[in-house]
Design a protein around this ligand. Structure first.
Ligand code: PLP
Length: 432
């Protein structure tokens, strides 16, 4: 069996080389800092700690408890909220826990539409459906890639949801929330903001401040613009008239455990603590650079004849840009050609695509958070846009473009915005 194990190690090594030499531009990914990565291989990875610090079901949790309390404090400090749960093992699990805590099967919840860029967990074939809820979608303003405010107020008043969910996976511009507060209070709804994609931007004081704008609670993934380990988080500052603060927090706590968690991946939690501390130190600068790069990339692609969405709005206010590439062959063939050259992206449905277009949608979604993390700036974004043009528009053989991708990336091998910034991002693969 040793050969089978060796085979797996070889694949992981090859994967590291792919990402070391390539340009990772998937908007939901990032790389963690060397110190955060070390926590992932600690003995925390092998243990259980059910319950809460100081009230566990197992022994041996003395130091786990200290870490968990510290990570909670760091989260509360970074996001300026009175309540943080750092146990969810992913964004989807955080969402499931919230649904378990605050809804009953048959309840109505208002949601963004998947075809307008919402995440699968908000759909009937995702977490919302698992909980047996009725999801009522908000109307969408395609031109501005945002919620239609008057239509959304109407939907809220008519649907009278238990929960109103905001936030999405193609998240170019802040979601209006303040505008809905009165309507939500009128129908007794709780405001929930899924920040998975933009958590790191919010941490850096950019994009929007959902809690101050009226959200009662936030869920998120901790590995997208927040450059931490794959994990989830719940943050709350309840103010809805629907429920007392104490009751909502108690429900949220039980919703996670015993609701949807047993083991909460202690190694990832410790790693998250490092990432939160790094964010407190470097998060502002990082978030600013991500957004500058996204706008620059949007502009550079637009100038090269790509149909980047929302030029009238500066393309984006986040890490993400979206392009309609139907004119150039559609999402699928282009992301495949880009991959051959070492540029890692994903195809994406756009609001005007038919629902059965999932296999060759019109869109490509790009994120600048990881290229920014390794130190790229706006001048590199122009170089990246030129590589896109050669592959997608000039139809150059992607294998011939690949050496230029590798050459560009070779100057960007270190993780920035973290402690120990001299460590090379993919150096650890040599351990294997
Ligand atoms: C990525 C994402 C999630 C799910 O996160 P995981 O950590 O992958 O489970 C939830 N909601 C939104 C809006 C997302 O983009």
């Amino acid at each position: 069996m040793k050969d089978r194990a060796d085979y797996i190690v070889e694949q992981v090594k090859a994967h590291h080389e792919l990402f070391r030499d390539g340009l990772p531009m998937i908007a939901s990914e990032n790389i963690i800092s060397p110190l955060a990565r070390q926590m992932l291989i600690s003995d925390f990875a092998d243990r259980y700690a059910e319950g809460l610090p100081g009230a566990r079901y197992y022994q041996g949790n003395e130091f786990v408890d200290k870490v968990e309390l510290e990570v909670i404090e760091l989260a509360k400090k970074l996001f300026e909220v009175p309540y943080a749960d750092v146990r969810p093992i992913s964004g989807t699990v955080a969402n499931l826990g919230v649904l378990f805590a605050l809804t009953k099967p048959g309840d109505t919840i208002t949601v963004p539409n998947v075809s307008d860029g919402a995440h699968i967990s908000t759909a009937k074939f995702g977490a919302v459906g698992v909980r047996g809820l009725q999801g009522v979608p908000y109307p969408w303003d395609r031109e501005n890639m945002n919620l239609d405010i008057d239509g959304t107020i109407k939907v809220i008043k008519e649907a009278k949801p238990k929960l109103a969910l905001f936030g999405r996976s193609v998240f170019l511009f802040p979601s209006p929330i303040k505008e809905f507060r009165d309507a939500l209070d009128e129908v007794g709804a709780i405001t929930w903001y899924d920040s998975a994609h933009v958590l790191g931007l919010i941490a850096g004081g950019r994009f929007q401040d959902p809690v101050r704008e009226g959200a009662d609670l936030i869920t998120g993934s901790t590995h997208k613009t927040l450059p931490g380990p794959q994990h989830g988080i719940v943050l709350a500052e309840p103010k809805a008239k629907a429920m007392t603060e104490e009751k909502m927090l108690r429900k949220l706590n039980y919703g996670m455990f015993p609701g949807v968690l047993s083991n909460h991946h202690l190694h990832a939690m410790a790693s998250l603590g490092i990432s939160l501390a790094e964010c407190i130190e470097f998060g502002k600068e990082y978030a600013g650079a991500i957004i500058d790069n996204a706008k620059a990339l949007g502009q550079a692609l637009y100038e090269r004849d790509f149909d980047v969405l929302c030029p009238h709005l500066g393309f984006t206010e986040s890490h993400t840009i979206a392009m309609d590439v139907k004119r150039h062959g559609g999402g699928t063939p282009l992301v495949e050609a880009l991959e051959v050259a070492g540029i890692i992206t994903n195809k994406n449905l756009l609001p005007w695509d038919p629902t059965d277009a999932a296999m060759n949608p019109s869109g490509i979604r790009l994120g600048t958070q990881e290229l920014t993390r390794v130190g790229m700036g706006t001048s590199e974004m122009a170089e990246v846009a030129e590589l896109f043009k050669r592959i997608c528009i000039d139809k150059e053989d992607p294998l011939k473009v690949k050496p230029d991708v590798v050459a560009l990336k070779s100057g960007f091998q270190k993780v920035h915005y973290c402690f120990h910034p001299d460590s090379e991002a993919y150096k650890y693969y040599e351990l294997l």
